[in-house]
Design a protein around this ligand. Structure first.
Ligand code: ATP
Length: 305
């Protein structure tokens, strides 16, 4: 059972601060590292896997520093986002080369076991250049697992996978988490993280924004104020009715859109109250559309909360 502890850790590149004073623990089981593009997920993962030194703070594996600690590397498997594979090798040769680099006592057996875990035994003798995106991903997984690490870190592993490959990988990661390994994967898609992770850490613009199980993260994301664009048969009367209702905290008329811009207190209350208010006042609703549903706006709300 292994825990990665990230303590007051920052990493900057020149004057770009990629990770800013982050503190979190990654424990056994499956953790999702959720954040929009450029949030600092890869930089954090590279520090956890010993590829990158923190500029300040510390990243440790059961109290031992990871940076420049070969013993720690033996306990960590990394599936990077980018592909650094030799296409002229077969999948089997690639995994075997990794087993040999780790200095394992029986590299052949270790490679066979890892390929079997990811269901690639049948395709192990084919060149990597002939593999689909999902097969390449599985071979990367096998290389990361070849030394039977207690920690598995995966950077955006579901990118470019079809639904079947996605399900297969989810099952595999779930099993590893259930076995007591410490599994962390990054993603910018909430639904993906919800399906798999028992624990979620959210990172935005290099800062740690939230942590908890998916219910807590989902609640944080839906209970925030929402903005809607609303058109109706009588915008003036609707605005008067809405502003008198506790579900609404602000309204303005957008002349260019010929619509109301409504700031709702929270999602659930507004969406139940709006149709009732319209009906009671004899108003027809023509358009109701959320105007700030991008993941970025959700994330920036979390950071400012
Ligand atoms: N080697 C580097 N040199 C300069 N800037 C970097 C370097 N690596 C990362 N950054 C910057 O640090 C920030 C965080 O990048 P990072 O790749 O960690 O984010 P991410 O959440 O993994 O995003 P993505 O999902 O797009 O890869 C970005 O602004 C990025 O441009």
């Amino acid at each position: 059972m292994t825990t990665i502890h990230i303590a007051k850790t920052s990493r900057w590149f020149g004057n770009v601060v990629a990770v800013n004073d982050v503190t979190m623990d990654i424990r056994p089981g499956v953790t999702g590292l959720l954040g929009p593009n450029g949030a600092g997920k890869s930089t954090l993962i590279h520090m956890m896997s010993g590829f990158l030194a923190p500029s300040s703070g510390a990243v440790t594996l059961d109290e031992r520093p990871i940076w420049r600690n070969a013993a720690a590397y033996r306990e960590i498997g990394l599936v990077p986002e980018r592909e650094g594979m030799y296409d002229y090798l077969t999948g089997g040769e690639f995994v075997l080369a990794n087993a040999e680099l780790h200095g394992l006592p029986d590299p052949g057996a270790a490679a066979r076991r890892a390929l079997d875990t990811v269901d690639m035994t049948g395709a192990a003798d084919r060149r990597i250049s002939t593999y689909s995106k999902g097969m390449r991903q599985r071979v990367k997984m096998a290389s990361a697992l070849v030394h039977d690490p207690s920690v598995l870190l995966l950077d955006e592993p579901f990118n470019g996978m079809d639904p079947r490959q996605r399900m297969h990988l989810m099952d595999l990661l779930r099993t590893m988490g259930d076995e007591g390994r410490t599994v962390l994967f990054s993603s910018h898609i909430l639904e993906e993280v919800e399906q798999l992770a028992t624990h979620i850490e959210v990172i935005v613009a290099g800062r740690h924004a939230a942590s908890g199980d998916y219910r807590r993260i989902r609640r944080l994301m839906t209970d925030r104020p929402h903005r809607y664009l609303v058109r109706s048969s009588d915008d003036r009367a609707l605005a008067a009715a809405l502003i008198a209702d506790p579900s609404t905290s602000g309204i303005e008329f957008d002349a260019a859109e010929r619509a109301l811009r409504v700031q709702a207190v929270d999602f659930g209350r507004f969406t139940t109250r709006l149709p009732l208010l319209a009906r009671d006042n004899g108003i027809r609703l023509l358009t109701v559309s959320p105007s700030d549903e991008s993941l970025e706006s959700v994330f920036s709300y979390l950071v400012s909360a």
